[in-house]
Structure formats: structure tokens, C-alpha cells
Design a binder for this molecule. Sequence first.
Ligand SMILES: Nc1ncnc2c1ncn2[C@@H]1O[C@H](COP(=O)(O)OP(=O)(O)O)[C@@H](O)[C@H]1O
Ligand SMILES: [Mg+2]
Length: 242
Amino acid sequence: MSTTLSPILSVERLRVKYDLFEAVFDVSFEVWPGEAVCLLGSNGAGKTTSLRAILGALPIAGGRVCFLGDDTSGKSPGAMTMRGMIYVPEGRELFPSLTVLENLELGAITREARARTRASLELACELFPILAERRMQLAGTLSGGQQQMLAIARGLMGLPRLLMLDEPSLGLAPVVVEQVYAALGRIVRSGTPIILVEQHVHQALELCQRGYVLEGGRTVQQGSTAELAGSDRLRSAYLGVN
Ligand SMILES: Nc1ncnc2c1ncn2[C@@H]1O[C@H](COP(=O)(O)OP(=O)(O)O)[C@@H](O)[C@H]1O
Ligand SMILES: [Mg+2]
């Protein structure tokens, strides 16, 4: 008997509007088990809008989103998160006046995740030792890089079946970006599927197996990251190579 694999997430011809403005009108992509997939594209291409609609935080005006085999239409972000779709937003959205440890504990949202809090905390502190050192410090007093690490670690506390990361390197110093990406590499190798939105195209292409390029609310290109890295269009648009 052959094993039939199905995608963790499939997005078909997604359309999302802000009032009359159609920010996303033809975005399609898939994530398969164990895959790291990047969504690339310049500012305003529709990456964040797509992720927020997939999570249920914005209404879908057209197309179809399936997560773990189920159509997600009409589901709330809370329901999607409980199913294991964990979104680490741009800007992180931590609880600044709670401690690092409290923020982490709040990431364990399902009963299963709560039962595994201890093991998840150990993993988080192994990936990001600075969080263990700072566990009693208020999240709002951490540096930008430490806050990003905390946001990712808090996401892991929810035992993601799909981890969606929106610009995890935004505003971070190069050395911190490297630390964050080293941890992301370990997360990917552990088998957690991820979707990565990133303007640091080099890092994204190195981390992920496949990628999609969005432009003006549409998917305009897709392929293995090796193919994308060699594509003239991507090279001239995003990698500064002519
Ligand atoms: N809350 C909003 N209301 C109206 N337009 C928005 C809103 N958020 C984003 N947009 C517009 O939607 C488009 C896509 O934005 P966004 O998804 O944030 O792009 P990206 O994440 O790729 O930079 C842009 O033209 C942006 O100006
Ligand atoms: Mg964005």
C-alpha cells in the first residue's frame, strides 16, 4: 500500500479585500509535511495580508484555503491556532508587561501543549539560551532580537503543525539575524513545517526548500529555492544582481 501524502496547507486563488481595494487577488501556494516554504516579494506585495486571511484574521473574498485537509472558511484565528496554525506576526505582539516565562507559558494554548509545557520550555531555552537567562525579565525590556526570539519560542510552545513567520529578521542587526536563522534551521530540521515571509531573500532561500514570489497581490513565480536563486527575475528584483 502506498502512503498518500496531502498538503498541510493549500491556498488556491486567494482573494482578500480591504473595503474596495483588492490587496490580494490571485495567490496560490502549498506547504507539504516537513517543508519550509518562503513567500518573497517587495513591500506591499500582499504577503502579510495573505497570511492574516489564511489565519482567519481577515475575511476571504474568494478562493479556497485548506489546512490539514479541512476548508478553513469562516474559522476564527483562535480556532485556527487551536488546530496548530501558529502565526508569529510582524511586530511580534508580545505581552510587554509580563515576564519572558509568562509569555512563553501563554503560548501553550491547547490542552496537549499545556501538558507538554516543561519539555517545550526546555526546547525553547536550548534554542535561545538568552531566554533562559532572562526568564524573569519583562518582555518589554528585551532588545528587538530577544523579543523576536521570544515570539518564535512562544510560537513553538503551542506545538505548531504549521509555523507562519512574518519577517522575523525585520529591524535586527546582521549578527542577530544569524542567530535567529540558526534556530529556524533547527526548527525546520526537527520537521516542523514553516511558511516564512522575508525581505532578506538570501536567508530565506538558504533556509527553505521551496518558495513563491508575490507581486501586486498575485503569485508570479514558484519553484525550488535553488531554481529561484538562479532566476533572472528574482536576481534582478531582489538580490541586487543584474
Ligand atoms: N489595513 C489595511 N487597509 C488598507 N490597505 C491595506 C491594509 N493593510 C495593507 N494594505 C495594503 O494592502 C497591500 C498589501 O499589503 P501587505 O499585505 O501588508 O504587503 P506585504 O506584507 O507584502 O508588504 C498594500 O498595498 C497595502 O498598502
Ligand atoms: Mg508584510
